[in-house]
Ligand binder design. Structure first.
Ligand code: F0G
Length: 467
């Protein structure tokens, strides 16, 4: 693995609490890693969202934040960064990605309209559904196959999309959504060819095409590395070409743009921009700040420029590949190919004796915390099941790598923890849900183990060193 293109100037102490402390903390959190206190966590791989390290340039820019309610200088710097890197004409800042999804859904979705998309993201789908729309999965089948080594599992199934567009056309479809480095499939990219084909289909049927651009930079690296004809191109050029294919985009800037908070919706159409601006004042704030501070917009503008720096992006992708490689070598079942921002454990193969109704991924995430203080996130039936619909889809645990935060030693430690739990897997049972929230239940649901978790595992050789 290449050395990172940064060095560390400010550090945040972390501590591995002892096993009894972790056992208590886990029980108090209802076996849901979202409900742990971060001070009880040693290596925090819950999410790459808002957890990156700011650069010195971002911190310096924050000093220049213009906190004017309207006409803020910082807004115009943000707008210029979006124009320079992506080219979209109108930028409406929001407090984070879901703020952008909310505005877009309120403007484009009406009861009964369809939103075809590659798989789904939790908040993206929820906003469409709350606006009365229906989410339609048009991902390629490989997206739902953790063992398929297809290079572009973020592609849209063109035949499936065409069927939806033909049957509903054109007023039955609110917009088509394609997500870069498809999070729920394991951070899997789309190819430029596929994106162009979706562009052509949506144009033919007169339907808006919206990109979830949250992880566009990593997607561009995968295009460069895996798609014939792009190897020699500068990364900013590929990013720009991706952005050129769509009518607009939603962005959670808490990922690729290295900021703790912020996002935006960007569109080319003047009238659509006006309608979004009418709503942003209701839900987020004046269009020149959209729910974030002037200094946040400064950090974001600088972060957008850094997100097109190939050395920076490549290092993030290589960190995931490094962790994934250690796990594959040890025979741990993970989603392949390793994607953008995370390594995803395949809980169905990791714990084949635990039925999906007993939440194997949730149980595995809890066990990783208990074994090594490593926090991960369930991305299976708890996150994926929607209402009463049956769910037999992916059952994953995400080890998500914050950008510019952890070293190779941390990742090696994480691999050792996962491998220790893998060795103990036969003794691990599932969970029972004791509390289920009405919306996005994975955030706050509570569980109990069906049998005491990892009792006696402190005697294994790896655990012995840290118990
Ligand atoms: N779209 C994608 C692809 C995301 O991954 C996220 C957030 C959002 C939209 C929503 O953005 O959090 O800024 O409101 N993903 C985080 C994660 C939460 O952990 O994957 P947000």
């Amino acid at each position: 693995m290449r050395a990172p293109p940064w060095k560390i100037k400010v550090v945040e102490p972390i501590e591995l609490r002892d096993r009894e402390h972790r056992r208590r903390a886990l029980a108090e959190a209802g076996y849901n890693t979202f409900l742990l206190r971060s001070e009880d966590v040693f290596v925090d791989l819950l999410t790459d969202s808002g957890t990156s390290a700011l650069s010195q340039e971002q911190r310096a820019a924050m000093e220049l934040g213009d906190e004017a309610y309207a006409g803020s200088r910082s807004f115009f710097r943000l707008e210029a960064a979006v124009h320079d890197v992506y080219g979209w004409r109108h930028v409406i800042p929001t407090h984070q990605g879901r703020g952008a999804e909310h505005l877009l859904s309120q403007v484009l979705v009406r009861p009964g309209l369809l939103v075809p998309s590659n798989l789904y993201f939790t908040t993206s789908r929820e906003h469409v559904v709350l606006a009365g729309g229906t989410w339609v999965d048009v991902a390629v089948p490989e997206a739902s196959d953790p063992e398929s080594t297809a290079p572009f599992k973020g592609d849209i199934d063109l035949a499936a999309l065409e069927r939806v567009l033909t049957v509903a056309e054109p007023e039955g479809v609110a917009f088509v959504r394609q997500e870069a480095c498809l999070n729920m499939a394991g951070g899997q990219p789309f190819s430029l060819d596929n994106l162009r084909a979706v562009r052509a289909l949506t144009r033919e049927h007169g339907v808006p095409f919206v990109l979830d651009a949250t992880r566009i930079s990593e997607n561009a690296v995968f295009v460069k590395d895996r798609e014939p004809g792009h190897a020699g191109r500068p990364l900013p050029e590929i990013i720009r070409e991706i952005a050129d294919q769509v009518d607009g985009a939603v962005f959670s800037s808490k990922k690729d743009h290295f900021v703790p908070i912020g996002g935006f919706v960007a569109v080319n159409d003047d009238e659509l921009a006006e309608r979004l601006k009418e709503l942003v004042v209701v839900y987020e704030g004046f269009p020149h700040y959209g729910g974030i501070a002037g200094h946040d917009m400064e950090a974001l503008a600088q972060g957008i420029r850094e997100s097109a720096d190939e050395a920076m992006v490549r290092h993030e992708v290589e960190q995931a590949a490094y962790l994934g490689g250690l796990l594959l070598d040890a025979g741990v079942p993970i989603v392949v190919p390793v994607g953008a921002h995370a390594v995803f454990l395949d809980a169905k193969r990791f714990l084949p004796h635990v039925p999906q109704a007993e939440f194997p991924a949730q149980a595995l995430a809890a066990a990783l915390y208990l074994e090594g203080g490593v926090r991960s996130m369930e991305r299976g039936i708890v996150s994926g099941q929607h209402g009463d619909e049956p769910y037999d889809g992916l059952e994953l645990v995400r080890l998500t790598i914050p950008r510019r935060v952890y070293t190779q030693e941390h990742l090696t430690y994480v691999a050792e923890t996962v491998i220790a739990v893998h060795e103990l897997r036969e003794g691990l049972s599932g969970l029972r849900m004791t509390y289920e929230p009405a919306h996005l239940r994975f955030f706050q649901a509570r569980f109990e183990p069906l049998t005491p978790m990892l009792e006696g595992s402190a005697t294994t050789w790896r655990a012995a060193g840290r118990a």
